[in-house]
Design a protein around this ligand. Structure first.
Ligand SMILES: C[S@@+](CC[C@H](N)C(=O)[O-])C[C@H]1O[C@@H](n2cnc3c(N)ncnc32)[C@H](O)[C@@H]1O
Ligand SMILES: [Zn+2]
Ligand SMILES: [Zn+2]
Ligand SMILES: [Zn+2]
Ligand SMILES: [Zn+2]
Ligand SMILES: [Zn+2]
Ligand SMILES: [Zn+2]
Length: 484
């Protein structure tokens, strides 16, 4: 990441301004310091005007924080805001949640209840407060308490916070790989299932013990893990909700005493803006360097960032040392992204890492093979192209070399001589480069569209803002194009 001027991120009608140091002057919503955005549309009245919006929530319903950067906020509004922020805090402190857990775990089985509506482990003295609520009908066994990701209802906010959990196979693949590479500490950022799997594997005594710290925004995990195992954290603004106390545990964990190698693994919500995420991960890496007195300026903390393959260029722009691996990450409760082998849809989710690709051995049983030219493991269908001098496929299918384009393209694409490039056979021929995606006018491009409100292209809408309908259908079309 560049350490110079502010980083302005392209995002259609709005850009996010990522500051190098966390912005101390940024106003706060219940999710920590807000992110700074700038309106960019050409000819728009408010072009260039900057505003703050919630870093974590894309849906107004979850957090509607909004403030013009040049807006003067009255004392009274400031107080009201602080009150609002306080009222959004979880019921208990982390410490309280965890002592409740210890008390809960010591109760006889018949006295252990989990309130499904409150998503809370409830103690016998509290039952009467939950009589009208649904309690989990199954026993809350010790085994269940070890797998909170199964006990808790996955967050299903489609826009910002859908909790897609790894299938066991992907969990074991990741842990086996990292363990073989000698890592003994795992910083799990937004990977609660991986965290719980490590703890279970440690008890089984089969593989070397790996220590793990989970950073996640989902405070429900405070009920199951102490402060040395879980910090409530926002990965879009590098904010620790318990401030110094949590930071102390986080920093303690980053220290590699006795040569225990550490690796960070993260699986952010897919709608997430890449630049703020990269900024947070850079800050984590920087803390790791300082704490471990790493003097090599180019050294980076080992990291794996799990994200869909179509974010490759944006991730590599932030982390040029990263490469994308062919491994298709499999999810359990994901309605769309399942592994191809079982006849379900192929997963578009990949690993981006600064670890050496040749060291990450992808399972042969799932069809991956080693390409000795590229020196990395690739999908079965990803054939090496001597003309491109690489294994070009991004989606796992066999791509085809087009001599006119001078590169490999998706198998469904055909070369179009009017467009001078490869495209789907039914592409809007000759139109692609001209006109507006939003209203169809040939007189301007999308960014200058006068009928456009706060349309945000690319990966996500600006948090706290409603999206233009056309933006949604365009995003859908984009998805369709990717799928063909
Ligand atoms: C796509 S899920 C990944 C879960 C992972 N595949 C697993 O099985 O452990 C995204 C995770 O990031 C967390 N998350 C969402 N928004 C976040 C934020 N702003 N900061 C930190 N964590 C966040 C969610 O609670 C969720 O656990
Ligand atoms: Zn917020
Ligand atoms: Zn309840
Ligand atoms: Zn190759
Ligand atoms: Zn080629
Ligand atoms: Zn072509
Ligand atoms: Zn064409």
């Amino acid at each position: 990441m560049s350490k110079t001027a502010d980083d302005v991120v392209e995002s259609g009608g709005i850009e996010v301004i990522v500051q190098n140091e966390s912005d101390k002057t940024a106003p706060r919503c219940p999710h920590g310091p807000a992110l700074l955005f700038e309106k960019t549309g050409h000819g728009e009245e408010e072009k260039g005007r900057r505003f703050y919006a919630c870093s974590a929530c894309r849906d107004r319903k979850d957090c509607n924080f909004f403030q013009w950067a040049d807006e003067k906020i009255s004392e009274a509004r400031m107080l009201a805001r602080e009150e609002q922020n306080c009222s959004k805090k979880p019921l208990f402190t982390h410490q309280q949640y965890y002592s409740r857990f210890l008390e809960f775990a010591s109760l006889p089985l018949e006295q252990r209840r989990f309130c499904v509506d409150c998503q809370l482990l409830i103690l016998p003295g509290e039952w009467m407060n939950h009589t009208k609520h649904r309690a989990l009908s199954e026993d809350v066994t010790v085994q269940r308490l070890k797998k909170p990701s199964l006990l808790l209802r996955p967050l299903d906010n489609k826009k910002s916070n859908a909790q897609y959990l790894f299938a066991e196979r992907s969990c074991h693949f990741l842990l086996d790989t990292l363990s073989t590479l000698g890592f003994r500490k795992l910083l799990c950022v937004g990977t609660p299932r991986l965290h719980e799997m490590i703890k279970i594997r440690n008890l089984e005594d089969k593989s070397p013990v790996i220590r793990s710290l989970l950073l996640d925004i989902d405070y429900r995990y405070c009920q199951f893990y102490g402060q040395d195992e879980f910090c409530r954290y926002n990965m879009f603004n590098h904010h620790f909700f318990d401030d110094e106390e949590a930071v102390k545990f986080f920093q303690g964990f980053l220290q590699e005493e006795g040569g225990e190698k550490l690796v960070m693994i993260t699986d952010p919500p897919f709608g997430g803006l890449v630049k703020p995420l990269a900024n947070s991960f850079s800050q984590i890496s920087m803390t790791w360097k300082n704490l471990n007195k790493v003097s090599d300026a180019s050294a980076e903390m080992p990291m794996i960032w799990i994200f869909p393959y179509f974010f490759e260029s944006r991730i590599l722009e932030c982390f040029p040392s990263f490469s994308m691996l062919d491994y298709q990450v499999d999810y359990d409760n994901h309605p769309l992204y399942k592994h191809g082998k079982t006849g379900r849809k192929q997963s578009p989710v990949r690993l981006f890492t600064n670890l050496s690709p040749k060291d990450i051995i992808l399972p042969e049983a799932e069809g991956y093979r080693f390409c000795s030219v590229c020196e990395r493991y690739v999908s079965a269908g990803n054939k090496h192209c001597p003309k491109c001098d690489m294994c070009p496929s991004k989606d796992g299918r066999e791509w085809r070399h087009c001599d006119e384009c001078g590169r490999c393209v998706k198998p469904s694409w055909r070369h179009c001589s009017s467009c001078g490039r490869c495209a789907l056979p039914d592409h809007p021929c000759g139109q692609r480069q001209t006109g507006c995606f939003n209203c169809g006018s040939q007189k301007h491009k999308l960014r200058a569209c006068p009928k456009k409100r706060m349309l945000v292209s690319g990966d996500r809408g600006a948090p706290g803002l409603s999206k233009h309908k056309a933006g949604k259908s365009r995003a859908k079309n984009k998805q369709k194009r990717r799928a063909t």
